[in-house]
Design a binder for this molecule. Structure first.
Ligand SMILES: NC(=O)c1ccc[n+]([C@@H]2O[C@H](COP(=O)([O-])OP(=O)(O)OC[C@H]3O[C@@H](n4cnc5c(N)ncnc54)[C@H](OP(=O)(O)O)[C@@H]3O)[C@@H](O)[C@H]2O)c1
Length: 327
């Protein structure tokens, strides 16, 4: 697996990462972490390691913490693994009802929440440190000085090595950068052939057709300018890029799936490989975060590491995904 440098850090990370959201079983917090779920989680992580993936993405909330807990089983399965892999987690989303019986879902970038969330993640992951901590979704009540105080403490205590964000616009990153002594090393954003806003916005800018409201302009360019790795979550749009099945049905999804299948046949690789190679081809050096829990699909997606798309192929897929010709 080829590697990229993570943001401005010295870390060499696999250019495809594994997302652990699904390995904790269900999102029902009352469901226990069964032996079967634990076993399946280890099989998925092993499949990712076998493909050369050294980067694992988590969040405190995934399956109500069970995904992080399930991941911890890998330490006894693969000796001396901790220092060989990069473990990233996120904080900032508070699930409805998580703290008080009637509390709504909310985003919380307060000092107390960030510190408590990291301590809980470390306990569940059974590790002393996170390589990377991301702020999960922008909190409209953010006080960047508080975030800076929390990050300083986490960094000084050795609990977190590097910091980043997720789902943040250029302006939101700019605000944080004014207060943080640490660099923002990554921004995790939804990008796929069926979720093209970040790429398309640079093209639909100033156009009457299609009439679109685009906010967060220039997020990809901002990341490139400031050496912030773009991590692409949802890279297969929950499988729709392969199956063409969406609810409601979409012509773009069907067209993308058909072209992906044609190209996969022509190149003798999997469909997943074409969809992931399309992301890898982007000059922002995006790091797709795979979400499948199936070892065979992890292997299939990692074939992307040896797929090269031409400019024509990239554009053919892009135009199919946007569902409209270029302006
Ligand atoms: N920062 C954020 O806000 C955010 C949000 C969401 C996710 N994430 C991160 O990004 C990672 C990936 O996101 P994602 O899970 O949305 O990625 P994804 O790869 O687009 O979707 C994964 C889902 O699609 C299914 N799938 C994959 N290939 C398929 C196929 N060929 N046919 C049918 N179904 C297929 C998988 O089922 P199987 O498991 O059965 O294969 C799984 O349920 C997550 O694990 C998490 O780490 C971050």
């Amino acid at each position: 697996m080829k590697t990229i440098r993570l943001g401005s850090t010295p870390l060499e990370v696999s250019r495809i990462a594994y997302g652990c959201m699904g390995i904790g079983g269900s999102w029902d917090r009352n469901d226990p972490l069964s032996v079967q779920i634990q076993y399946d989680a280890v099989q998925a992580i092993r499949a990712a390691l076998d493909e050369g993936i050294n980067f694992f993405d988590h969040a405190d909330i995934y399956c109500w913490g069970k995904s992080e807990a399930a991941f911890a089983a890998i330490w006894s399965e693969v000796p001396r693994l901790r220092e060989k892999i990069i473990v990233q987690s996120k904080c900032g989303i508070v699930m409805a009802d998580q703290l008080y019986a009637d509390s709504p879902e909310n985003f919380d970038f307060s000092y107390e929440h960030i510190i408590r969330s990291v301590d809980d993640s470390l306990r569940r992951l059974q590790t002393d440190y996170l390589d990377v901590l991301l702020l999960h979704r922008p909190d409209p009540l953010i006080e960047p000085e508080e975030v800076a105080r929390a990050f300083d403490e986490l960094h000084a205590s050795g609990k977190v090595r590097y910091f980043g964000v997720s789902n943040h616009t250029a302006a939101q990153m700019e605000l944080l950068r004014k207060y943080l002594p640490q660099p923002i090393v990554a921004n995790q954003l939804e990008v796929s052939l069926l979720h093209l806003h970040l790429i398309d916005e640079g093209i639909v800018f100033n156009q009457d057709h299609p009439p679109k409201v685009v906010r967060g302009e220039g997020t990809l360019e901002y990341c490139r300018l400031h050496n912030i790795t773009v991590q692409a979550w949802g890279p297969l749009k929950s499988g729709a890029v392969i199956t063409g099945v969406t609810e409601p049905p979409s012509q773009a999804a069907q067209d993308v799936a058909q072209i992906v299948a044609e190209m996969a046949r022509a190149k003798g690789v999997s469909q997943e490989a074409i969809a992931i190679a399309w992301l890898l081809h982007h000059p922002a050096k995006m790091q797709p975060i795979l979400g499948t829990t199936k070892p065979e699909r992890i292997k299939a997606a990692c074939e992307a590491d040896r797929v090269e798309l031409t400019r024509d192929e990239w554009y053919r897929l892009f135009i199919a995904g946007r569902g409209d010709r270029l302006p």
